[in-house]
Write a protein that binds this ligand. Sequence first.
Ligand SMILES: Nc1ncnc2c1ncn2[C@@H]1O[C@H](COP(=O)(O)OP(=O)(O)OP(=O)(O)O)[C@@H](O)[C@H]1O
Length: 757
Amino acid sequence: MNQPHSTTHETPGGVVVDLGKARAARSTAATATAPADVEPDSVYVAPPQRAPLEGVVLPGPADPRPSVVPKAPAWVRGRRAVRVFLTDERTRTTARLVVRHGSYVVRGGGILAKRGWDGRSTARYERMMRTAEAAGLHEQALEWEVRAAAFRAARHQRRMDLLTSPIRVAKNAAVGTGAGIAGLLGLGVVLAIAERDITDVVTPIMTVIDLIRWAVVFVSIVWGPLVAIAPWAALLAMWSVGRRRQAAPAWTLPATQTSTVGEPITPSIVVKALRDLGIAPLRNAIKDMGDAGAGMLGPIRIAGCGVEVDVTLPSGVSTNEVQGRRRKLAENLSRHEHEVFITIAAAARTVRLWIADSGALDEPIGPSPLVTDHDMTADLYTGRAPWGQDLRGDAALISVLQRHLLITGLSNQGKTAALRALALWLALDPTVEFRIADLKGVGDWRMFDGLATVLIQGPTDNEVMEATQMLEEGVREMERRIALVKASGATDGVTREVARTNPDFHPLVLVVDEAQMAFMCPAVGDDKRPYGGTKATSRYFMAGRKLHNQGRAVNVTLWQGTQDPTNENLPKLIREGAHIRASLALGSEEQARMALGDKAIDGGAAPHKLRQGADRGTVVVAGDGVKLAPGQAATTIRTHYITGEQAAEVADRAKARRAGVTTLTAVAPAEGGPDPLADIATALGDAVRLRTQEVLQRLAAANPGEYREWNFGDLKSVLEGAGAAPYKSDGQMVVARAKVLSALAERDADTSDGDGE
Ligand SMILES: Nc1ncnc2c1ncn2[C@@H]1O[C@H](COP(=O)(O)OP(=O)(O)OP(=O)(O)O)[C@@H](O)[C@H]1O
């Protein structure tokens, strides 16, 4: 077995160790490996411990680590110790405790001093004046000024009185003492006569003197302890006031007191939230108001699953500035953005805040009365559909009488369910006829089979064409009714009485769900007019427009449901023709403006702030039909969800109220509908060619309902489609009669060929 390399020499005094080699051995041992020259499978035996020479310490064989670790300098160790001490949780807790309670005392003292100062000076009046001024309430400011002047006058009087009071007090004391002594003497005389003892004359006076002496003795006994206790009692009072007001830095407060999540809304929380909104004039005004900032707020009222408060903004702050910071305001109030609604109240410069209880909006609302009340009936003229609940938790009822309706929203947010819920309610009125086109066609409206007179279901161009024919048939029905009303000479339109007794005027509701499919449809009819699109030649669009323009008065209304609106899938004229405009969650403010109109969005309606998915079934409704407070532009309704199965049950009840209805799945194309090419030929008359402008005028004069809105593009597209495009002649666009006639002849030949096949 090999020995490690160390050189030792026996000497008379002990063992001499070669330090260089011993160091080498130490470092080798520290790595816990055998020396390099030890064979791998040989066992390494540590050298026996020997007594070292003085001043030299050898590593122990069992513990190869150096036994002496050089100590860090004292200042480093001191710093480490301080750091450990400072970062220790116990130290922090103690520090927080000390600072918190210290602050309670100091700031509590400040609060008491301020109260005292307020009571004795005009500080309070001046503060209220500043508040009123900052809020632009000048009348109130004047009122406070008058009160301050009265206070000053009264104070001056008291001070003047003080100047003369020592003399008065001295006089009063002298008179009082004299009278008291005389009284006591009198009493003593009476006593002496009664007791026949002259010494009783002074008995009452001596009794009073004794009483005074005892009082002095008592006070001298309790005075010492009272004086000793007084400062502590004062400190306790200051601490108690400070603690009640939580007057300490936030970092020192316990977590339960600093967490504001779900905290009830108080005036000071609202004022603080407004102050920290990042609107400089608002912040400055609130700072100027000091403690009186709550003067901006109306009473905080419980409103459904939240609270409602009106805020009168100081001058220089506009309501839309506050509306634009909804998220920040919500966060300042420890709420999510969707839990705070900011609308414009009727009073000038006033915003109405509705703040939900934390998480309350995520709780489902109850089932629809349509589902729970099996005896429910409906009356289009006098009733309102129980659609859901508004944010205050009140039933949201909507009147659909003679109102066109449009409901938009991103896909899968509950559009069909909301539209269907209204139709189900109205179906309980047996006088109402439904014609429905469901351009999604997955059975959402299946329960209306046997209830609606027309039910078209499917997403293809065929269904769009049928839906268009359904609308065009509705237009014809409308025109027939208008003619009847004209002929009848009626002055009150279609009254409830007429609607119920005269089958010619029963309410007719045309429903098109997923209407964007119709606008996007590329199909073109035999007359070369497109079904879809947004031109004056587009059949769906034009039929919708005509219904919007004149249908209401004769009880023919159009309800449309459509996905997120754009100019392509929801043209402006169609959006604006609806009386009731409702929107579920949308992707952007731009879409929200299209869905509900600028006025509603500027007034605080914000369907784009609804959460996709989480707020399914929540609609923001603008326009007619819902009750709105004065100045309110829109309301938010959480609709009751009626499942397909429940809808089928309600539909069965509605069917039971009607004599059997046969449901058609298509509408036959109209005979004798407008034929633009033939009408153009008629308009041309005998002219060989006619300016396009002239043709348009003649068309509009002959059939204004159809052609009034036509422009050059519409005329051109029909003529181009027929192969008779307008062309330039003498620098002007003209239509050639020969070309139009030959296009007509060609078409007729095609049609008869087709018929013969
Ligand atoms: N009022 C409601 N409350 C809660 N959930 C609802 C409500 N309405 C609908 N939903 C849920 O949303 C889903 C989608 O509803 P619906 O088919 O009506 O949406 P949609 O907007 O018409 O969809 P799409 O545009 O894609 O056809 C339903 O299956 C249901 O789960």
